[in-house]
Design a protein around this ligand. Structure first.
Ligand SMILES: Cc1cc2nc3c(=O)[nH]c(=O)nc-3n(C[C@H](O)[C@H](O)[C@H](O)COP(=O)(O)OP(=O)(O)OC[C@H]3O[C@@H](n4cnc5c(N)ncnc54)[C@H](O)[C@@H]3O)c2cc1C
Length: 356
């Protein structure tokens, strides 16, 4: 078939998974990184990194400006349903997600072997066992690109995943707002909230003078009304109120229900990040998974360009084990009756306070 271009590796999606794959692919590969959006993009996110993600990034020398203030942040949950407050023993890192994504994209784009096409929509992929042919939409034209290998890093609702026959992912709908607190309120921790109406949890996180308030919802259950309900409750319970300066902004996030939904690829197509199903099912933390799986995709291709999927499956063993533990945490924590026991007996939980 006649095509418009050929690359050794085509990466669909310039989020953390796609950028990390591009950064780590050997210089000998001719790489194309595409995204449907204008780049750098602006993704709705709470911007909290777990310690393992921070350690992983150390060798990439992240610049100072990717961090938000306060840079390190504790995690406190308010379980209003059973009237308990508890603090997790982890210190997370607070980032400016736009600058973080911009830094990763810049690092990928400055590699001489990596070409970046923004505003380029992936439509479909054929011949995935042999020499994949991608159909893309760019500058109002449809083009065909041949690829040695395709990396699907197109996030939740991955079109690449669907294009190769996997339609088994389900989603939450997230909403986030940026508020300027009135009355001089300052928070220094990431606050999570659970009440009788919560789908997974809601949150509040400081970003300099502003606070991000958001939540994870079922799309059929009126997310806007749910977010407003949480804001009202934050006002009543904690006395924190503010003016909205941006949002609400919605974005899907995958709802991992079982390990069968983690799908690493087929033929010459490898999936990474949320497209593969990688997420911490208990809190929907996905950046560390996206970074790690993007790196592992690149390592698999560097090691075995003709048959990387086999190696990728091996390399991701530990990541899948972690996703399994996060899924177990989610399933065991969900029932209301178990949470008082959980708060009392799990040693990682630092403090438990009964709320009045
Ligand atoms: C509101 C919210 C808060 C979150 N908070 C946190 C947090 O605090 N900490 C954390 O670790 N995780 C958080 N996450 C999850 C985290 O954002 C994701 O797990 C992570 O970004 C996944 O990275 P990715 O590279 O797999 O996909 P993404 O970052 O989603 O990137 C996918 C890219 O693919 C592009 N794309 C999609 N379809 C196509 C197509 N057809 N053609 C071309 N390009 C396409 C998109 O434009 C996008 O740029 C949050 C998510 C949401 C929605």
């Amino acid at each position: 078939m006649n095509t418009d271009a050929r690359f050794d590796v085509v990466i669909v999606g310039a989020g953390p998974a796609g950028c990390m794959a591009a950064i780590n692919l050997q210089a000998g590969f001719k790489v194309l990184l595409i995204d449907r959006l204008a780049l750098p993009r602006n993704k709705s996110c709470a911007g909290i990194l777990r310690p393992s993600a921070v350690r992983l990034l150390e060798s990439y020398n992240p610049p100072e400006d990717i961090y938000a203030h306060p840079q390190t942040i504790g995690v406190t949950f308010f379980d209003w349903e059973i009237r308990r407050q508890y603090t997790l023993p982890y210190i997370y890192t607070n980032i400016d997600r736009n600058k973080f994504d911009g830094w990763l994209l810049g690092s990928a784009g400055q590699k001489p072997n990596v070409e970046v096409w923004e505003k380029t929509l992936f439509i479909s992929v054929d011949d995935i066992s042999d020499e994949p042919i991608l159909t893309l939409r760019k500058d109002k034209s449809t083009i065909k690109v041949e690829a040695g290998i395709v990396i699907a890093a197109d996030g939740a609702n991955s079109r690449v995943r669907k294009s190769i026959g996997r339609t088994d992912q389900s989603f939450y709908f997230t909403l986030q707002e940026w508020i300027k607190p009135t009355g001089g309120h300052r928070i220094t921790d990431f606050y999570g909230f659970i009440d009788e109406r919560t789908c997974l949890y809601d949150w509040m996180v400081p970003k300099g003078d502003l606070i991000v308030v958001g939540g994870i919802y079922d799309k059929r259950e009126n997310p806007v009304e749910r977010l407003n309900h949480t804001k009202q409750r934050i006002g009543t319970e904690l006395g924190i109120e503010g003016e909205v300066v941006e949002g609400p902004k919605g974005y899907p996030i995958i709802r991992l229900g079982s390990m069968d939904e983690i799908f690493l690829g087929a033929g010459k197509v490898l999936l990474s990040g949320e497209a593969a199903g990688f997420i911490d099912a208990s809190i929907c933390e996905g950046i560390s998974y996206a970074l790690r799986s993007g790196i592992l995709c690149a390592q698999a291709i560097n090691t075995s360009p003709d048959n990387p999927l086999k190696i990728y499956k091996k390399l991701t063993g530990a990541v899948r084990a972690l996703a399994f533990l996060d899924l177990v945490k989610y399933t065991s924590f969900k029932p209301r009756w178990i949470r008082p026991l959980y708060y009392t007996f799990i040693p990682q939980i630092k403090t438990v306070r009964r709320l009045d």
